[in-house]
Design a protein around this ligand. Structure first.
Ligand SMILES: [Zn+2]
Ligand SMILES: [Zn+2]
Length: 140
């Protein structure tokens, strides 16, 4: 599966790309920083360097296999590209990331773009806040 996906994205099959992609296909967490990915790969006993992981993530993003997000402004988070568009709600305290899709918001964005004579290619909508769940900010 991983190898076919690399092929259809037009990328050469290298060990490092297969290792990073296999990890992303198999992990439960959908949004991960390069640091998270590197740490988990090492914990899994993979022999990959940090610079390699960063480079592979860039290549996969350029090939359209990953989406890159800057939820907190500085650190990049990666997720596997999917056919279904979604936006994100981010907790500023615990870092929880919730995916949502709202047809009304999507449609309004189209209308706003048209109103300003623009054809939308894509958008990123991040909403920030704090979980109401007491498990999140009990320690504030
Ligand atoms: Zn939270
Ligand atoms: Zn997402």
């Amino acid at each position: 599966m991983t190898i076919n996906k690399l092929k259809s994205a037009g990328l050469k099959i290298t060990n490092q790309r297969v290792i990073v992609l296999n990890y992303l296909f198999n992990t439960q967490e959908r949004h991960l920083s390069a640091e998270d990915i590197f740490r988990d790969l090492r914990l899994n006993g993979e022999d990959v360097g940090q610079a390699t992981v960063y480079r592979v993530l860039n290549q996969l993003e350029e090939a359209g296999m990953l989406e890159r997000h800057y939820f907190d402004g500085s650190k990049a988070y990666y997720e596997l590209s999917s056919n279904s568009h979604h936006d994100h709600l981010v907790c500023l305290h615990c870092g929880k990331i919730i995916e949502f899709f709202d047809p009304f918001i999507e449609q309004r964005q189209q209308e706003i773009a048209e109103q300003y004579d623009m054809k939308l290619s894509h958008h990123n909508l991040y909403m920030f806040g704090y979980c109401l769940n007491p498990d999140c900010h009990r320690d504030i």
